[in-house]
Write a protein that binds this ligand. Structure first.
Ligand SMILES: *[C@@H]1O[C@H](CO)[C@@H](O)[C@H](O)[C@H]1NC(C)=O
Ligand SMILES: *[C@@H]1O[C@H](CO)[C@@H](O)[C@H](O)[C@H]1NC(C)=O
Ligand SMILES: *[C@@H]1O[C@H](CO)[C@@H](O)[C@H](O)[C@H]1NC(C)=O
Ligand SMILES: [Cu+2]
Length: 214
């Protein structure tokens, strides 16, 4: 996966043409691959997955940026429509035991900034980090595949990128988010749903009988 991480604006305010001048009064918003994540309100992701309830989330989180642009160019804000990421509960579903590799690319929309990206449910290997736009032709050669550091949070450098890899061997619904609360709470997050494996040990157990109800 190649996933942009960064900030944007909440909504295009009414009576403002966001095509041709800076919108006034829009709040900040965060996004990954132009999805500003919203938590479900009727049921948790995990319960929706376990009980196979539809309509709680969609599995169409983009594996690549839906729009290509010069991610770290500080002048990119001039392209105003880029700033508005739709708010969705869009997640990535993966088969048990899949290897997931993610290039996390910071954007300069609003302003380039370091984002400490945290993943629940797994430790990942950090294969590489760098500044500027990730270049697959040259940067994949920089991957450290020999005893790479293992983390559950990685700093995506300001106007830079980080590459992580993990084995999805823990079934369930797992949040991934920027660990700045002010970014997490406005949508700089996503989630993985990892399907069950072939054995009882690799199958999600039911919720406990005393699970509190919302
Ligand atoms: C992207 O923007 C940077 C400025 O941050 C510039 O140096 C570079 O040439 C741009 N790349 C492309 C492909 O336009
Ligand atoms: C995000 O999606 C909106 C709606 O489709 C689009 O107008 C905007 O250009 C997209 N921005 C980026 C950075 O992909
Ligand atoms: C998961 O993948 C690893 C490596 O390919 C393999 O050794 C292991 O048996 C797999 N586990 C299960 C439960 O399929
Ligand atoms: Cu952040």
């Amino acid at each position: 996966m190649f996933v942009t991480v960064g900030m944007g604006l909440d909504v295009c305010p009414p009576n403002v043409s966001c095509q041709d001048r800076p919108p006034v009064g829009a709040a900040l918003s965060g996004n990954m691959n132009n999805v500003s994540f919203v938590l479900p309100t009727i049921l948790s992701l995990l319960e929706a997955f376990f009980f196979n309830v539809g309509g709680v989330y969609t599995t169409d989180f983009p594996a690549n940026p839906p729009v290509q642009f010069n991610f770290t160019n500080p002048s990119i804000n001039a392209d105003l429509p880029l700033l508005f990421a739709p708010k969705r509960t869009s997640i990535t579903k993966v088969k048990f035991n899949s290897t997931v590799e993610m290039v996390l690319q910071n954007t300069a929309l609003i302003g380039a900034e370091n984002h400490p990206m945290h993943l629940h449910g797994f430790d990942f290997h950090v294969l590489a980090q760098g500044f500027g736009n990730f270049n697959p032709a040259t940067d994949t050669l920089k991957y450290n595949l020999f005893n790479p550091q293992m983390r559950n949070t990685v700093s995506v450098p300001v106007a830079g990128w980080a590459v992580i890899r993990f084995v999805a061997n823990n079934p369930g619904a797992w949040f991934m988010h920027c660990h700045f609360d002010g970014h997490n709470s406005v949508g700089l997050s996503t989630a993985f749903i990892v399907e069950n494996g072939p054995t009882p040990e690799t199958t999600l157990p039911p919720p406990p009988p005393d699970l509190p109800e919302c």
